[in-house]
Design a protein around this ligand. Structure first.
Ligand SMILES: [Zn+2]
Length: 462
């Protein structure tokens, strides 16, 4: 057995000058890299992203990637990793950028049933912080690079990995990858392994695959009312809390105009027959005619779909007053918006102000927003993804998706690189614990995910 392995290894080394044998079990290699990935505590503030990037860089160097094609780009306590897989240029096209993020949302040992920074396999699941979001995506891209290299594959254009290091917080590394380091990362389009994916029903049946091609813009406003105040025994007609309450009621009652794009229409068209019933009929009707008032009303009653029909804004926080026996001198509400691509923050604020119709309610935007256009549903990408999905699940519906925001994709789209979320995890909605406790991924999805990623990358580059 040992001699056979050694023989295989030396033959593979001759064929591909790779350190890995041609008969490497890529599912096992994937689990090994994923397990090691989980041990890096890459939540904001722990300074572990550069060490994680260095570990990944070492795997790729050992797999035959030249040091000059691997770049760790430090930014404060975190870092980005950019790795170029050189093609022969025969396609005459710009590279394809492959995105994922190395950082995770914080996880506290005492809140988890298992150590969040040790990968644990139990009952068909792998547990750990980041096991879905997004170390699975990172590992599937790294493993696929290693496999392609080991097989001696030469793409017809460059493939460039771009891993960010602070997607869950400020996205400074993402902005840097998309803009400042464009010499390393310029691409025709981006495939993002942090969005999209397959849905499995509670009965275990695989239902659909969603491909993310647009994101809404995230924007938060403070609505502030100030007043001279006074003694609570002497009420006036200008109470700041009442005034703010009226403004919030106006926002509650305001309905943003219906909006659509190719992605949302494609989503409802595909999702209608899968959903069935009155809701499914409303989806199908909306996809045919977005002016169908009855369909709009039905969809807008559903928390999962109201945001696919247009912009939404909702009150999320409230503070006001300073003493129980004083008239309030100020009242402030926080309103969070998910803005339909193309509408913009300024127009959204204008619409809210018009709905409120009170100059004493002062609007201020909190933080910055990145507005990004929807990415066109290109034939080459749709075909590559559809074929890869159907290789494992023949005929599975492919559903274009617009996510409520925000992933690294918005910065790439804003920088002029269309972006497609092609994560290859298949799981039940009830297993979704990203950002939460006991984050898990089904072990059974690994071979499918790797196969799909391999097919997508090779189809687009041969
Ligand atoms: Zn993520």
């Amino acid at each position: 057995m040992i001699s056979t392995l050694l023989k295989a290894a030396s033959v593979a080394a001759l064929l591909s000058s790779s350190a890995f044998a041609a008969d490497t079990d890529w599912n096992e290699r994937f689990k090994e890299i994923l397990g090691k990935s989980i041990t890096f505590h890459t939540a904001e503030g722990h300074g572990q992203v550069p060490a994680y990037a260095a570990y990944l860089a070492d795997q790729l160097k050992a797999g035959g990637f030249a040091a000059e094609d691997i770049h760790i780009l430090p930014h404060g306590e975190t870092a980005a990793l950019v790795v170029r897989y050189r093609g022969d240029g025969s396609a005459g096209k710009k590279p394809i950028l492959l995105a994922a993020h190395m950082d995770v949302v914080e996880a506290k040992r005492e809140d988890w049933e298992r150590d969040p920074f040790t990968m644990v396999e139990e009952n068909g699941y792998l547990f750990g912080r980041g096991i879905v979001d997004n170390k699975f995506g990172v590992t599937s891209l790294v493993t696929t690079f290693l496999r392609l290299k080991a097989e001696g594959y030469v793409p017809n254009r460059d493939l460039v990995i771009a891993f960010s290091g602070d997607e869950e917080s400020s996205m400074v590394t993402t902005k840097a990858i998309a803009n400042e380091h464009r010499d390393l990362t310029d691409a025709e389009f981006v495939l993002n392994a942090d969005a999209g994916g397959g849905t499995i029903g509670e009965d275990g049946k695989v239902l659909s695959y969603s491909l993310q091609a647009a994101e809404k813009t995230y924007a938060t406003f403070h609505l502030t009312v100030t007043d001279p105040g006074g003694h609570s025994s002497r009420p006036t007609g200008s109470n700041a809390i009442y005034r703010l309450a009226k403004a919030l009621t106006a926002i509650e009652n305001y309905s943003f105009p219906v909006n659509t794009n190719d992605i949302t229409l494609g989503f409802f068209k595909a999702q209608g027959p899968l959903t069935g019933g009155e809701l499914g009929a409303a989806m199908t009707a909306f996809a045919k005619n977005p002016k169908d008032k009855k369909a709009v009303a039905t969809l807008r009653k559903q928390a999962s779909y109201v945001g696919v029909t247009g912009t939404t804004c909702v009150a999320t926080m409230l503070e006001g007053g300073h003493a129980e026996n004083a008239l309030p001198q100020s009242a402030v509400a926080t309103v969070n918006c998910r803005i339909f691509p193309g509408e913009g923050v300024a127009l959204t604020q204008e619409r809210l102000q018009k709905a409120v119709n009170d100059d004493h309610v002062v609007f201020t935007q909190r933080g910055e927003s990145t507005e990004s256009p929807a990415s066109p549903l290109r034939d080459d990408i749709m075909t590559a993804v559809t074929d890869a999905v159907h290789a494992n699940f023949p005929g599975l519906p492919i559903i274009p998706a617009m996510s409520p925001g925000a992933t690294d994709g918005m910065h790439y789209r804003a920088a002029g690189m269309p972006t497609y979320g092609i994560e290859s995890i298949y799981m039940k909605n009830s297993d979704g614990f990203s950002h939460g406790l006991n984050e898990r991924v089904p072990v059974a999805t690994i071979p499918v995910a790797l196969d799909q990623m391999y097919r997508v990358l090779t189809t687009l580059t041969k």
